[in-house]
Design a protein around this ligand. Structure first.
Ligand code: HEM
Length: 226
């Protein structure tokens, strides 16, 4: 086992599996965040968001999620160092001819750092007050007390600089995904000449839906929900 994940293909395999796992997280996260746009003062969003506080999620799924991020970042660093050493200027040859995908493939690590930098601010904004310091206000619906996650998000997204940061983070994520999505399927062997083109198109569409979704929510909260 240790030799598989120590080899170059093994590392790419771990990158792909952890990447696709993070993709499923993004789908769930964006779906819940869309509830921020329900005009009910945040009740629907709060009820959905508070399932994150359930012990099964908090102690079961969240460590797996953070583990997924850590594996993805560590193996990305190892692979990038390896590629830089081995290939000189032809660093991250992707074999994919779409212009923006080619640009993304060459800049995956820089894009990853941009998304990670955004994530650090993001975790301090929300995860820390909600899950660690419990500094967020509470609200009660039908006798059930929970965090007022909506109020926290709404206050954070009332500041233009933070909205700009969320837009940059979301667009960095989009470009990262335009390469990462099809590349993961290629590494896992679900790709041939026809399917590589299909995965590229599906990946680009998915990346823009996710990125524009997060960016639009931040802008709409700032513009219409204050
Ligand atoms: C409009 C944009 C976004 C909003 C309003 C938002 C909101 C939130 C909130 C409220 C939490 C805390 C959930 C909790 O712990 O109860 C959270 C956590 C988190 N978000 Fe976001 N998010 C946004 C975009 C993103 C993006 C683009 C990413 C990925 C690149 C991301 C990744 C995460 C991660 C990793 C966590 C910590 C794990 C968790 O608590 O689920 N978020 N987000």
């Amino acid at each position: 086992m240790s030799t598989i994940f120590g080899s170059s293909i093994g590392r790419k395999l771990l990158m792909s599996l952890s990447g696709l796992f993070l993709v499923t997280f993004l789908i769930v996260h964006l779906s819940i965040n869309l509830l921020l746009l329900v005009p009910d003062g945040g009740e629907t969003f709060n009820i959905a968001a508070n399932f994150m506080a359930l012990p099964l999620i908090k102690y079961g799924l969240q460590p797996v999620l953070f583990g997924g991020f850590i594996i993805h970042i560590i193996y990305a660093s190892i692979l990038t160092l390896q590629n830089n050493k081995a290939r000189g200027n032809a660093k991250y040859a992707s074999g994919n001819n779409t212009k923006d995908v080619m640009w993304a493939s060459k800049n995956m690590y820089v894009l990853g750092i941009t998304v990670t930098a955004f994530l650090v601010v993001h975790i301090v904004d929300f995860f820390v007050p909600l899950q660690i310091t419990h500094g967020a206000a509470s609200v009660t619906y039908d006798g059930v007390e929970m965090h007022n996650t909506y109020a926290l998000v709404n206050a954070a997204l009332s500041e233009a600089w933070r909205v700009a940061l969320y837009v940059v983070g979301s667009l960095g994520l989009t470009i990262h995904l335009t390469h990462g999505f099809w590349s993961a399927f290629q590494t896992l062997g679900f790709s041939n000449n026809i399917w590589r083109k299909r995965w590229t198109v599906i990946g680009i569409a998915f990346a823009w839906i996710i990125g524009l979704g997060f960016a639009a929510i931040a802008i709409l909260q700032f513009a219409f929900y204050q």
